[in-house]
Design a protein around this ligand. Structure first.
Ligand code: OOB
Length: 557
């Protein structure tokens, strides 16, 4: 049924794609969670139902400019025609890398309407990631932007073209330089694929894995699964057309894109506001100006927002839902956010590979503060297993395995990796350590491989971090192993001090070790060294980047 056209090397989009087994797909179809429509239909339907309503407002560098749903639909159709005219064909892959802006959504939906499959990269990615993702996906083009935001993506484009020979076109938002401007054409004059010819069980777009080790992997999400992800997420967040969502995280990441984010808002015909500056200074004004009701943040940013409520003058009382996820939100931070903003926190534990867990709007607040959420779908199949792969009882820590309608069955074109990351019966091994409550809620306790092997003992980083965070002088903590001649690895705690720490005083290693010992931490888990930093390095979406920390501290030690 799939009508993608073969690549120059004779392969095509579906080579290396792991679909749901036919019986599972059939079950999801029968249950009507798969609606058999291309993702493009989200915009088509919103434009039909809510033509004159505000769809997106660009409050980025390019803004402010608002598109109604009808205008967004027209702009995306013109972009699709432009792409088709420029030679893109159904099934082609295109690397998409644009900042949060209306142009980003127009390009995204333009590609979808042309049957082209975008690879959703983040603005902070550089040549190492972009080259790897372009080669891995067999991309034929790169849709990016000029140098207005401090980094010139056209230079990256030149390198990409030199290194990946499938890439033949670069489309640039803004000044194209030696490349091509993002194209627009009259859809009446260009043949676009019939949406009914697009296989809804085939890849609609590629997300990239969020791991902080190694290069990212390609995650093919299908039309059926991603539309369900958007719809079900919007239900759990109780979105309506009256909501306004602020995109403060990079919009190409699964969280602001579809949990419920941009696509979830489209399912209800609500208003999405884009900004490329997540600082409270900027965002609080936007919240007041546009009456923002929902947004999503990573914990580090949520902490900054929380502190800023003390001095930022803007009225942000319209905010009814603050989603926090991507990394663990510490309980005291959840409590502080609720206190500062009025019980608005929703914890979100998700992954580009699929599974999304949310705390529910009517969950008791103590639960919201202490768990990372419950699976959004009753079709999610969850297992928590020990090191031997045996299921553990509720309340016991183990590795989270998951299978379900919107969780992939394999990374794209990564057979060898898939042998390790998936069980024989199709469960994804998340690598996350969790405890499941009888209610089905999950508390994330760490990553299975995030350990320091000190003098032969395995020390879980999260165990030490959690205890460090109980210290009133410590606001953020990351524990890593550093090479050590006698111990193999020594335990290094990198901390950011809280405002409660007396100004000008150092943080004494011995005092911290005593504090941890008083809390009952075993002596072999005590940090061998403490490094105070003004901030911790973060990944492209804002999670603490331990690989970068390890690298910089190994170099300097
Ligand atoms: C989200 O997706 P990714 O793909 O960037 O990262 C997934 C990984 C998870 O496997 C887990 O290790 C970690 O990020 N994570 C959390 C978390 N949310 C994600 N760890 C602890 N607590 C949480 N609340 O990060 C993502 C995708 C969709 C929605 C939200 C986050």
């Amino acid at each position: 049924m799939h009508r993608s056209i073969p690549d120059a090397d004779g392969s095509d989009l579906t080579d290396g794609f792991a679909p749901h087994p036919p019986d599972a797909a059939e079950r999801y179809r029968e249950s009507r969670i798969f609606t058999e429509r291309p993702l493009w239909h989200l915009l088509e339907r919103a434009a039909a139902d809510r033509a004159g309503a505000d769809a997106v407002t660009d409050a980025s560098l390019d803004g402010p400019r608002t598109f109604t749903y009808a205008e967004l639909h027209t702009a995306a159709l013109r972009r699709a025609a432009g792409f088709a005219e420029a030679g893109l064909r159904p099934g082609d892959r295109v690397i998409l890398q644009q900042h949060n802006s209306a142009a980003f959504v127009v390009t995204l939906f333009g590609l979808l309407r042309a049957g082209v499959v975008p690879v959703m990269t983040l603005p902070a990615h550089r040549s190492a990631e972009i080259v790897h993702l372009a080669a891995g996906s067999g991309a034929v083009a790169y849709a990016t932007e000029d140098g207005r935001r401090g980094y010139d993506h056209r230079e990256l484009a030149a390198e990409l073209c030199a290194r990946v020979d499938t890439v033949h076109t670069v489309f640039v938002d803004g000044d194209p330089g030696p490349f091509t401007a993002l194209p627009d054409a009259d859809p009446a004059e260009v043949a676009l694929p019939d949406p009914s010819e697009i296989d809804p069980d085939g890849p609609a777009l590629f997300l990239i894995s969020g791991g902080t080790t190694g290069l990212p992997k390609l995650i093919a999400r299908t039309h059926n699964d991603y539309a369900y992800n958007a719809r079900r997420s919007a239900e759990v967040a109780e979105l309506s057309a009256a909501d306004t969502y602020l995109v403060a995280l990079p919009g190409a990441h699964n969280f602001p894109l579809c949990c419920p984010g941009i696509l979830g808002m489209m399912t209800v015909g609500g208003h999405v506001v884009f900004t490329d500056d997540p600082s409270p200074d900027n965002t609080f004004d936007l919240i007041e100006r546009y009456g923002v009701t929902v947004t999503a943040l990573v914990p580090a940013l949520a902490q900054v927002w929380c502190a800023a409520t003390e001095w930022e003058p803007a009225d942000i009382s319209s905010l009814r839902l603050l989603q926090v996820g991507g990394a663990k939100l510490a309980e005291p931070d959840a409590v502080a956010l609720d206190a500062a903003l009025g019980d608005v926190v929703q914890q979100v534990f998700g992954m580009a590979e699929g599974l999304i867990c949310y705390t529910r709007l009517d969950d008791p607040r103590e639960l919201v503060h202490t768990v990372q959420g419950a699976p959004m779908s009753r079709y999610d199949e969850i297992r928590v297993v020990d090191e031997d792969g045996h299921d553990v009882p509720d309340g016991t820590e183990g590795e989270l395995l998951v299978r379900g309608p919107y969780t992939i069955r394999g990374y794209y074109r990564a057979d060898e990796h898939n042998l390790r990351s998936f069980t024989d019966d199709g469960y994804y091994r998340s690598g996350d350590k969790v405890r499941r409550l009888p209610s089905g809620h999950l508390a994330v306790t760490g990553r299975i491989k995030d350990t320091v092997v000190r003098a032969g003992e395995n020390v879980a980083a999260d165990d030490v971090e959690e205890n460090l965070l109980a210290h009133r002088s410590i606001r953020q903590a990351a524990v890593i192993g550093l090479p050590d001649e006698s111990l193999g690895e020594k335990i290094c705690a990198v901390v950011v001090l809280s405002h409660e720490h007396p100004c000008g005083q150092t943080l004494d290693l011995r005092a911290v070790r005593d504090f941890l010992t008083d809390r009952g931490l075993a002596s072999f888990k005590l940090p061998d060294m403490i490094t105070v930093a003004s901030s911790l390095p973060v990944t492209a979406v804002g999670k603490i980047d331990k690989a970068a920390l390890r690298e910089s501290l190994t170099k300097s030690s």
